[in-house]
Design a protein around this ligand. Structure first.
Ligand code: UT7
Length: 324
């Protein structure tokens, strides 16, 4: 066991004001509420206002996480921000958030693993804290996927939304942490599957931003198996039985994937935190958004064992076990 642990001090989420319902979408493309609800569980998604940037959503979520932690921005010395929809090609959105929070010390950088981004960012921050390079980290997932959607493609535009979620992680001695903190992470990627889910533009290829393209049913087929595999690996590393998990907080892509993974792992449906109906797939933001909802409504309590997982473009996938 490590002499130090990365303990969650606070969690926060933010969704933009504007809501786009399934009925709204049925007036834009050939779809309907029944198809979207039956195939995905999504009822609505939030869309950033004109001029509202990924860094704005991230800053709002970070402020809420800091408030929940009872800390000031100046207490943070590391920001790791997961996004596939940065404000600019560079500088990183993390440094923009750092500036918006008024932090001028420490380090800030982005992590890019698309929908798995938060799990990758959390593992990165955890390693830095446990190694003693930083003391308190903001780990943020923030996205404005509405800006990279092809609004004429019904196979993708109904699935995604905008949002942000953040947690404050603090380095504590094993004694202080008393069993709390990140217990284990398992990260994976396999670039052979790039063409199942990608954006058809970028600075080095087309010099444009591009639009999201996905072969949804093939991504779906990979999701359940790969996610379950990384959960088992993370549990094994932590020496924990998966059925001892109190709360399962998965990436919110599709209710059918959430249910299938929980079934495969033998997790009771009432342990699954599902917010996909309210905001659709918010990519890297979805895991901390769902966690913030379950913490704020009192379901997830200090001492609970929480399992996070995600899979996204790359393909990338991973899982984290933490005691809150
Ligand atoms: O976060 C990153 C990871 N991403 C995911 O995990 C997404 C994974 N994939 C999915 O969630 C599902 O595959 C979708 C929700 C994208 C699609 O559900 P599906 O059950 O796999 O449907 P499908 O793609 O096999 O399409 C079935 C039918 C097709 O029509 P035909 O060819 O059978 O006539 C589609 O054209 O549904 C049609 N369709 C739609 N119909 C109404 C596709 N999109 C829509 C739509 N409204 N929005």
């Amino acid at each position: 066991m490590s002499a130090f642990a990365s303990v969650v001090r606070g969690v926060g989420g933010y969704l933009p004001e504007k809501v786009l319902t399934n009925d709204d979408l049925s007036r834009m493309v050939d779809t309907d509420d029944q198809w979207i609800v039956e195939r995905t569980g999504i009822r609505k998604r939030h869309i950033a206002a004109d001029g509202e940037l990924t860094s704005d959503l991230a800053t709002r979520a970070a402020e809420k996480a800091l408030e929940a932690a009872g800390l000031e921005a100046a207490d943070i010395d590391l920001i790791v921000l997961a996004t596939a929809t940065p404000d600019y090609t560079f500088p990183s959105t993390a440094t923009i958030v750092q500036h918006k929070l008024g932090i001028t010390h420490g380090a800030a950088f982005d992590v890019h693993a698309v929908c798995s981004g938060f799990v990758f960012a959390l593992a990165t921050a955890d390693n830095f804290l446990v190694q003693g390079q930083f003391n308190r980290a903001l780990v943020i997932g923030a996205e404005t996927f509405s800006r990279i959607l092809d609004w004429s493609d019904r196979g993708t535009c109904v699935l995604f939304g905008d949002g942000a979620g953040a947690i404050v992680l603090e380095r504590q001695t094993a004694e202080e942490a008393d069993g709390r903190g990140v217990l284990s992470s398992h990260l994976r990627s396999d670039g052979r599957y790039r063409e199942l889910l990608y954006v058809d533009g970028g600075p080095s290829t087309t010099q444009t931003t591009g639009y999201l393209r996905m072969i949804g049913n093939q991504v779906f087929k990979h999701a359940v198996g790969k996610i379950s595999e990384s959960i088992r690996e993370a549990a094994e590393r932590a020496g924990i039985e998966v059925d001892s998990v109190d709360w399962f907080v998965p990436h919110q892509a599709n209710q059918r994937i959430l249910t299938a993974v929980a079934d495969k792992l033998g997790l009771a449906p009432e342990k699954v935190v599902s917010t996909v109906a309210d905001h659709g797939n918010t990519s890297a933001a979805s895991v901390p958004l769902a966690l913030s909802v379950a913490v704020e409504d009192g379901r997830v309590k200090p001492g609970d064992l929480v399992l996070l997982e995600a899979m996204g473009g790359g393909l990338t996938w991973g899982a984290t076990l933490l005691r809150i």
